[in-house]
Design a protein around this ligand. Structure first.
Ligand code: C2O
Ligand code: CU
Length: 542
């Protein structure tokens, strides 16, 4: 294993998209940001120098950071922000992740412009569990806002209203064709006829799950969240914010130009950005290009719920001899967590919601309040009044989560409540989506772990029948998964990584409204199973 050194300079940079120019926060002046390239087992030392206007942190999404929550990044959860003019050095240890992950800012909505890919190749002497592709390409899906993202979210959180929607989706930083302002800058992927390419697709967007397809080309999904899958042949994929997907595509059509396209999936009729973004798969060689590339007609429609299920329920871990999985066979710690969008009463004169309320979101009816000092430091140094250790557990009955809407569940309470788990416990969490306010699909993400997604279903979780549907043979190992609209999802993992780990919906508007909590895994009995000492240069809180 090798140690790599990178320097990230956070700074304002001017970019022009949709015929309008803005200054935005970037890493090293790039959008999307630089690609981290490592091999399984390597370590990356990243010095982040903040030359921007406000405090920021960086998170390494899907990297487990064994025993080292100090380098995980979520603002005021594991560290205080790196202030303008200051720097902080992250140590990112890759323990067994292999495939594609990504990094992003984890302060307010700054990740809209501050994000990039992490490419993790197999160790020397090992190879992909599929034929070696001719070439590889990173494709980052994101959302573009014409305005200043920080100002947009500050306005939305101040009055508890829905934040402004994005103005376009982008593929590798470009909105693509339907937009007249970007006809010459559309991202193009050159391919040689007959060759197979590995696409590393990353969803860095803020608020929408997306369908993705390439005209006339079949896709083979071979990994998700840096964990290998049994190959799935499909004509499109569904990817949620936070997820990464490794996809093989063979250039087996006649030489021409073909649209690569992505559009959102909405499971509610909220007025979100419903535009389509495109890039071009462009065969190299001499031929007369079409006046317009063909469009992937198989790309599902915006409200096509069955297209989502038909794809996501097919994912199975590769579970081979070289890439074994180890699903915990028993459970020591069971949690049942309701996932809701709801409303908080508010007495401000300007309230975004109806009847003197503001929009809120909650887990087990607690709308998370971000503390002023990071929880990791408070936990490590035994500081009081930063967080409470009483995140509630909730039995899966008797409330009808997906039917009733007129209940105490309408009004969550607020707090900074963590769930404490003993080292080594086998944990199972059932997430139950509710129909309280606006039922939606929620891409939940837990830091510090990857875990097995045992099953999902619609309606209320049933303690007798739902577990009978679990896949205990080859469930996919993931770090972000969708809790279906008015449905449930179950994950299982061993709490073998001591630290303070953020858990939240990766739809940024829900995270901003409080759909978050913290899991604290206690130290084991030896120093090798305990949190490492803090680094010397931790940013100070003020
Ligand atoms: Cu991708 Cu808490 O984040
Ligand atoms: Cu959500």
């Amino acid at each position: 294993s090798v140690v790599h050194n990178y320097t990230y300079i956070l700074k304002e940079t001017k970019f022009t998209r949709l015929c309008s120019t803005k200054s935005m926060l970037t890493v090293n002046g790039q959008f999307p940001g630089p690609v981290l390239r490592v091999q399984n087992g390597d370590t990356v030392i990243v010095t982040v120098q903040n030359n921007g206007k406000y405090g920021v942190t960086i998170h390494w999404h899907g990297v487990k950071q064994p025993r080292n929550p100090w380098s995980d990044g979520p603002e005021n959860i594991t560290q205080c922000p790196i202030k303008p003019g200051k720097k902080f050095t992250y140590e990112v240890v890759f323990s067994d992740e292999e495939g594609t992950l990504w990094w992003h800012a984890h302060s307010d909505w700054s990740r809209a412009t501050v994000h990039g890919a992490i490419v993790i190749s197999p160790k020397n002497g090992t190879s992909y569990p599929f034929p070696k592709p001719y070439a590889e390409e990173v494709i980052v899906l994101a959302e573009w806002f014409k305005g200043d993202v920080k100002e947009l979210i500050d306005v939305a959180t101040a009055n508890g209203s829905d934040p402004q929607i994005s103005d376009a989706y982008t593929l590798n930083g470009q909105p693509g064709y339907p937009n007249n302002c970007s006809t010459t800058t559309t991202y193009r992927l050159p391919v040689v006829q007959g060759k197979t390419y590995l696409l590393r697709l990353i969803h860095a967007g803020m608020n929408e799950e997306m369908f993705f397809a390439i005209a006339h080309h079949k896709l083979t999904v071979v990994a998700r969240d840096a964990s290998y899958l049994k190959p799935i042949n499909t004509s499109y994929v569904l990817i949620t914010p936070g997820q990464t997907m490794d996809i093989l595509v063979t250039a087996n059509q006649s030489p021409s130009h073909y649209y690569i396209a992505a559009r959102p999936f909405f499971d509610s009729n909220a007025p979100y950005d419903n535009s389509t973004t495109t890039a071009v798969l462009q065969y190299v060689g001499h031929y007369t290009p079409p006046s317009s590339p063909s469009f992937p007609t198989q790309l599902p429609n915006i409200t096509d719920v069955s297209a989502v299920d038909n794809f996501t329920t097919r994912l199975r871990a590769l579970a081979s001899k070289d890439h074994p999985i180890s699903v915990p066979t028993g459970v020591d710690e069971r949690m049942f967590i309701t996932v809701s969008v709801n409303q908080l009463p508010c007495d401000k004169t300007v309230c975004g919601g109806p009847n003197n309320t503001m929009l809120a979101a909650s887990l087990n009816n607690i709308s998370f309040l971000t503390p002023k000092i990071d929880i990791l430091q408070a936990y490590y140094r035994n500081l009081s009044n930063v967080y409470e250790s009483n995140f509630p557990n909730r039995p899966p009955s008797p409330f009808n989560f997906t039917g009733d809407s007129n209940d105490v569940f309408l009004l969550p309470s607020t707090g900074t409540k963590a769930k404490i788990i003993e080292y080594g416990k086998r944990v199972e969490i059932v997430f139950q989506g509710t129909s309280i306010e606006n039922p939606e699909n929620h891409p939940m993400h837990l830091h510090g772990f990857s875990f097995y997604l045992l099953g999902t279903g619609y309606g209320n979780f049933n303690t007798t029948t739902s577990p009978k549907t679990y896949n205990l043979i080859d469930p996919p190992e993931v770090n972000t998964f969708g809790v279906p609209k008015s449905g449930w999802a179950t994950i299982r993992f061993v709490a073998n990584n001591p630290g303070v780990w953020f858990m939240h919906c990766h739809l940024e508007r829900h995270a901003s409204w409080g759909m978050n909590t913290v899991i604290i895994v206690k130290n084991g009995t030896t120093s090798a199973t305990s949190i490492r000492p803090p680094p010397a240069n931790l940013p100070t809180c003020s």
